[in-house]
Design a protein around this ligand. Structure first.
Ligand code: AHM
Ligand code: MG
Length: 347
């Protein structure tokens, strides 16, 4: 019997689909219109379509680069482009959104004039970790949902530039050994595994809680030469055997780094520990993007009892000023993040 920190594995025959889970929660909110449920259904549909293409990428001749570069100057993989288009097409017609933004597009994405607009804003990274696509490593989709702030038919950049703390929901889908969608509306974190035979996401990880301290650290140590002395000292500290507790053997942290945020975060969420993508001499703002990578993961992590920081401040409190702004990220078990912040504060 496999058990995890969130309790015994739930069997798929428990039969709670993602749709039912969201519908039941919606019923508890007086005045809820069903917009949120509708939007989620469309995101889940996009995830299934992306999943199906990711699973057959090597066969369908869609591995590799398109030849273009995205707004970050990175080479666009064919699957990146595919995932972006699927997400946009899946959600644009539903009437739930006023504007969207994607890692793959420089400007906010306007809802076409022939579709109605709604009260939500969707920010996403359609296929994170895409440089891993060609070598069959887990990749994922990350999304963040806000309520719109402006008036008028269409949403604007201002609707996208909101603090992480005002997210109404956040989630990710990992295309791993199985396909799992994890989401939170702030009151608990739940995971759903795609049953490929049925084509539905079923509740498999109910009320995920991240341990207060973990046993692994996850950081690209190839960048050590670019790190600050404080950051080096923290990692040296993490690698020291932990002080032996009564009767227990001294333990060390294991290093675990996939190089794919969704995979590294998913492991950290379920098992505990810390994932970091810090600022360094080459990237003074870090690598990861605040609005559609760090903030949604921070929202989920905090809802599971963990913490997320840029080294000195909660990720969720950062006031964004640019759509594709980057941030250093330290995320995971509460006590591990507190230790990191303590080391980074030192002179
Ligand atoms: P991407 O959005 O272009 O896919 O890049 C983000 C990815 C993350 O998934 C991962 O955590 C990080 O880049 C890995 O970076 P590095 O290869 O520098 O360790
Ligand atoms: Mg990304």
């Amino acid at each position: 019997m496999i058990t995890h920190s969130w309790g015994p594995a739930t069997t798929l025959s428990a039969g709670t689909t993602l749709e039912r889970h969201i519908l039941e929660r919606q019923r508890q909110i007086p005045g809820a219109t069903g917009d949120f449920t509708g939007l989620f259904q469309q995101i889940a549909l996009a995830a299934k379509i992306i999943n199906s293409r990711v699973r057959q990428a090597g066969l369908a001749g869609i591995l590799g680069l398109t030849g273009a570069r995205n707004v970050q100057g990175e080479e666009v993989q064919k699957l990146d482009e595919f995932a972006n288009n699927v997400l946009v097409r899946s959600v644009e017609a539903g009437g739930h959104l006023c504007v969207m933004a994607s890692e793959e597009e420089e400007e906010p994405i306007r809802i076409p004039d022939h579709y109605p607009t709604g009260k939500y804003v969707l920010l996403f990274d359609p296929l994170d970790g895409s440089s891993n696509i060609d070598v069959d490593i887990s990749i994922g989709t990350i999304f963040s949902i806000h309520r719109r702030q402006t008036l008028g038919r269409h949403g604007t950049l201002a609707d996208c530039l909101q603090r992480g703390s005002s997210q109404v929901a956040a989630g990710y889908v990992i295309y791993g050994s199985s396909t799992v969608l994890v989401y939170s509306t702030g009151d608990g974190v739940h995971g759903f595994t795609l049953d490929p035979a049925v084509g539905e996401f079923f509740l498999s990880h109910e009320n995920i809680r991240i341990p207060a301290r973990g046993k692994s650290y996850s950081i690209n140590e190839g960048n050590t030469h670019l790190w600050s002395p404080q950051l080096r000292r923290w990692i040296e500290h993490v690698k020291m055997p932990r002080a032996a507790v009564e009767g227990a053997k001294a333990e060390t942290y294991s290093a675990r780094y996939v190089g794919s945020l969704v995979a590294d975060f998913h492991r950290t969420l379920l098992k505990g520990g810390v994932f970091a993508y810090p600022a360094d001499k080459k990237s003074p703002d870090g690598k990861l993007r605040l609005l559609y990578e760090a903030a949604p993961m921070a929202f989920i992590c905090e809802a599971a009892g963990g913490a997320a920081s840029n080294g000195s401040k909660r990720i969720l409190e950062i006031e964004p000023s640019r759509l594709h702004q980057r941030t250093p990220l330290y995320i995971g078990s509460r006590e591990d993040i507190a230790t990191a912040e303590r080391f980074l504060r030192e002179p």
